[in-house]
Design a protein around this ligand. Structure first.
Ligand SMILES: Nc1ncnc2c1ncn2[C@@H]1O[C@H](COP(=O)(O)OP(=O)(O)OP(=O)(O)O)[C@@H](O)[C@H]1O
Ligand SMILES: [Mg+2]
Length: 354
């Protein structure tokens, strides 16, 4: 995957910009609040996904304007493409002059992995952050997975809606049978996918983390299922009574987690700030390698504010390891990135790129 050029018009604080990128390292530097993350975000959105900042589509349009437009020229699978994203009342995407039904259709054609400071929550946040990380990424590799997740969530919602009635109306058991069958069928698949994907990530995670920490620390990422997948149907039946009081479904992969352990100890509870950041970066860099393994091509690597809080060894390790693919990295002081040589440096001030 290679982004050759981007054109940006009225996207966030960027009025007009046209940038030709280096095939390897692109350093986007500038003071705070000048538009560095906005550039990273404008590239990321071509994956067809939502913003990694959790922002609404309407927030992309520059204040006072009604419409924003971004356009990239990129190479994917050896083929040159041009894609356009239009933001007005809704977001629309165009690929090679063809209007797409939805921007989501760009998924798989344009692939990127982004690291942003918010990814620290992969380590410090609740289990839903780690489930979402797995689900989003598996969805990029196996689009069918998104549909399975949707059907699963619908069945859980339907069970939740009637489970409260169970305590005074046992006849709802007939409906519970139906929803629980759906939950366990889809749930087993979700657990299978997640375990398979985590297994693939685990091929890369130890090496990356050991490289980052100078070989001093060992990491493990373990899938923690709240019940055995084949027993899910039985567990749901057993939990009916308790669930009828809580009003929620207590068993199933919507309650699973990933344990991240450094030298056998929970990273969430005991890791230092730099270690937590290193774990989050490791997960993202491992994603790049898995996507490469599956598709034969490295996705574009977007690193927003990745250098802060890392010691020089860790910074150098990242800079060396991203040499195999096209990378976009933001920072306030370009010398933190350029000291290893190579690449293009873009300075950004008040939404203007120089
Ligand atoms: N829709 C918009 N219209 C105009 N300006 C906006 C819009 N959305 C965000 N901005 C502004 O864009 C500016 C730059 O934001 P950005 O997040 O890219 O900064 P940054 O260079 O990454 O800064 P930092 O180093 O603090 O991360 C901010 O001042 C923000 O208020
Ligand atoms: Mg920023």
């Amino acid at each position: 995957m290679l982004v050759k050029k981007i054109k940006i018009k009225d996207f966030r604080n960027i009025k007009n910009a046209q940038i030709e990128f280096d095939p390897q390292m692109n350093v986007i530097c500038g003071e705070n609040a000048q538009g560095k993350t906005n550039i990273i975000e404008s590239i990321w959105l071509f994956c067809g996904a939502k913003s990694f900042r959790g922002a609404k589509d309407s927030s992309f349009i520059r204040f006072g304007e009604k419409r924003a437009e971004t356009q990239i020229d990129f190479i994917s699978g050896g083929i040159e493409h041009s894609a356009k994203m239009i933001f007005d009342e809704r977001r629309a995407a165009v690929l090679d002059d063809k209007n797409l039904k939805s921007p989501g259709e760009l998924a798989g054609i344009f692939n990127a992995v982004v690291f942003s400071p918010a990814d620290l929550s992969l380590v410090t946040g609740g289990p839903e952050k780690r489930r979402r990380f797995l689900d989003l990424f598996i969805g990029q590799i196996y689009p069918n997975y998104i549909e399975i997740l949707r059907e699963y969530a619908r069945a859980v919602m339907q069970r939740n809606r009637i489970i409260k009635d169970y305590k005074y109306d046992p006849s709802v058991a007939i409906m519970l049978d139906v929803f629980e069958k759906e939950i366990s069928e889809k749930g087993v698949k979700i657990i299978e996918y997640r375990k398979k994907f985590l297994g693939m990530l685990n091929k890369y995670i130890p090496n990356i983390f050991s490289g980052l920490s100078g070989g001093r620390e060992k990491i493990m990422a373990v899938y923690v299922a709240n019940c055995d997948a084949i027993l899910l149907g039985d567990e749901l039946k057993k939990a009916r009574k308790d669930d009828s009081f809580s009003g929620v479904t207590s068993a199933g992969p919507h309650r699973d987690d990933i344990d991240l352990l450094i030298n056998g100890i929970s990273a969430r509870q005991y890791a230092s700030q730099g270690q937590k950041r290193s774990v989050a970066i490791t997960l993202k860099l491992a994603c790049l390698s898995v996507l490469h393994e599956v598709s034969g091509e490295y996705p574009v690597c977007l690193l927003d504010d990745v250098m802060s809080e890392l010691d020089e060894h860790r910074q150098n390790y990242i800079l060396n390891s991203v040499r195999s693919w096209q990378t976009f990295i933001t920072c306030c002081d370009p010398s933190t990135v350029t000291r290893l040589g190579g690449g293009s440096v873009f300075s950004i001030k008040d939404g203007g790129v120089f």
